[in-house]
Design a protein around this ligand. Structure first.
Ligand SMILES: [Zn+2]
Ligand SMILES: [Zn+2]
Ligand SMILES: [Zn+2]
Length: 148
């Protein structure tokens, strides 16, 4: 899926009747250009580096509103704070419990599980909200060779 540009996101918000303030545009810019999985605090730091007078509460409120508007989603990669993505880039994550490596799960990986859950339990899976934990290939190999 192609990455959104800030202008596309702004247009999408305006179409939906949402206001786009300077702070909101900054938050979107940081999400489009910034690191892959920023926490709210990291986002705030990046916004502040560009616009030192933006209040923390403004950034946090914008993040919440963008999430409510369906432009941004959050995901939990482990025990730490939630991290944020553009909704258009939402994807599942596999996190290694041993070394902390984060893998982006291919889109079709959770599809069979989602279909099974729906068919057998009527449960609608949202596999992107939390990461699935386990061992990465390297740590799994180490765990196997360490056994007697
Ligand atoms: Zn959550
Ligand atoms: Zn690992
Ligand atoms: Zn990700």
């Amino acid at each position: 899926m192609p990455l959104n540009t800030v202008e596309e996101l702004v247009a999408q918000l305006r179409e939906g009747g949402a206001r786009v303030t300077t702070a909101r545009r900054l938050v979107l810019t940081v999400l489009v250009e910034g690191s892959q999985h920023p926490t709210a605090e990291e986002l705030l730091a990046t916004v502040r580096a560009r616009a030192p007078d933006v209040h923390a509460s403004t950034v946090y409120r914008n993040l919440e509103e963008l999430e409510r508007l369906g432009v941004v989603v959050h995901t939990h990669l482990g025990h730490g704070p939630a991290t944020y993505h553009l909704a258009s880039e939402a994807h599942g994550h596999l996190v290694c419990e041993s070394c902390g490596a984060t893998l982006e799960a291919p889109r079709d990986l959770f599809e069979d599980m989602a279909q099974g859950a729906k068919r057998r339990l009527g449960f609608v899976l949202r596999p992107y909200h939390f990461a699935v934990l386990g061992l990465c290939a390297a740590c799994a190999a180490r765990a196997t060779t360490a056994q007697p």
